[in-house]
Design a protein around this ligand. Structure first.
Ligand code: ATP
Length: 361
């Protein structure tokens, strides 16, 4: 296993990139800890696959270095990087049995037969295939085959990292949760460095210790699920994480007060000086409260029952606003205003979160 370092890394698919937009990956510097479970999350085209392919060696970056531990692997082909990969679609040998498919990476490396037998049994139990080890892969369902691919990805103990590229795409929805949980358990048990690419936030948040959010070729935040929820570093993280995402409002900020377009003010939980650029305040729907008179005037458009709580679709000063109302709280006509928990408000300048400078007065 290894720590992965990305040094001044950037990539363009153009031969002579000149502008920022020419880069599918903008310059980044990151260290991915040995044994960490990372999810790479972002919408289509943000650069997830490009980054994964650079780490696996399928693509040579146009700038910067990739290190596995102390070793510079930038110019090393995939075969020399000692990694396992699981792709979106199953890669299995149809004519081989499930057992032989699982054993393949170990036999390839000339491991001892007794070790292979024991290890294959262990992995088969983990993916729930111990009963069908002697069956040929041909004729198995797509999700059974993908389970074999996952098992094969996990079978070697000596890999530097395991890379997963949207591995649950072909898996039945009800099986996804189970496999995700199994992967997490396997990670805890074997401690491999794992990188898991997905555009599904539930998959990312349940699998990873650290979620890496990508947007427009940049890593905009690398954090625990809680950090992404509580202190989104970029407006994209606020919007992308959460269901629904963070509410954002244009504002002018001075000290511990935000002034909205209408001239109404919102108290902030800290001091922010006088930020320049396009300034917005962000509040999660969970930290907005409907009141009978305190706060900003609100018009309720719709109330949706979403299981454990209700979601109120409202409008404040002509802009849409979502509020999560806890179970059991009635949403009556007396709720005419909305207030935000000051400590939970984030302030953004040109989409990046500003660190608070001190306590509110
Ligand atoms: P998806 O979830 O759709 O796979 P992604 O986040 O993995 O998207 P990438 O596939 O890494 O994104 O693509 C990042 C950017 O690079 C996109 O603008 C894409 O059009 C571009 N790109 C990807 N591969 C190539 C290529 N081989 N040649 C030119 N441009 C490419």
């Amino acid at each position: 296993m290894a720590q992965i370092t990305l040094k001044n890394l950037a990539h363009s698919y153009f031969p002579n990139p000149t502008r920022d937009q020419d880069f599918a990956l903008k310059e980044m510097d990151h260290v991915w800890q040995d044994g960490g479970a990372y999810a790479l999350l972002g919408s289509s085209g943000c650069g997830k696959t490009t980054l994964l392919n650079i780490i696996s060696g399928l693509l040579r970056p146009s700038q910067g270095r990739v290190l596995f531990g102390d070793r510079d692997v930038t110019d090393a082909p995939t075969a020399e990087r000692n990694i396992a990969q699981v792709f979106q679609f199953p890669v299995v040998y149809d004519t081989m049995t499930v057992r032989d498919n699982l054993a393949f990476p170990l036999r390839n490396r000339g491991m001892d037969a007794a070790y292979i037998a024991a290890r294959v049994d262990q992995i088969a139990r983990m993916i729930g295939m111990e009963e069908i080890l002697s069956r040929k892969a041909k004729g198995l369902t797509a999700d059974a085959k993908q389970k074999i691919s996952l098992g094969r990805g996990m079978v070697r103990e000596d890999v530097n990292a395991i890379l997963f590229d949207e591995p649950l795409t072909v898996i039945d929805p009800h099986m996804k949760w189970e496999l995700r949980t199994q992967l997490k358990r396997l990670h805890r048990e074997f401690g491999h460095t794992m990188i898991y690419v997905t555009h599904d936030q539930t998959e990312a948040l349940t699998f990873a210790d650290k979620v890496v959010i990508m947007y427009d070729g940049r890593v905009v935040q690398m954090g625990t699920p809680e950090e992404l929820f509580e202190t989104p570093a970029h407006t994209f993280v606020g919007y992308f994480i959460g269901s629904p995402g963070m509410n954002l409002m244009e504002a002018q900020v001075e000290g511990d007060t935000a002034r909205l377009a209408s001239g109404m003010t919102v108290p902030l939980g800290a001091q922010y000086g006088r930020p320049a650029g396009r300034v917005q305040i962000g509040i999660r729907p969970e930290y907005a409260m409907l009141t009978a008179g305190e706060g900003l005037p609100v018009t309720i458009r719709r109330v949706e029952d979403v299981g454990r709580h209700r979601l109120v679709r409202a409008e404040v000063l002509g802009a849409p606003l979502n509020v999560v109302v806890p179970e059991g709280m009635p949403v009556g006509a007396e709720l005419t205003h909305v207030r935000f928990a000051p400590q939970k408000i984030s302030v953004y300048a040109d989409d990046w979160r500003i660190a608070p400078q001190g306590r509110a007065a």
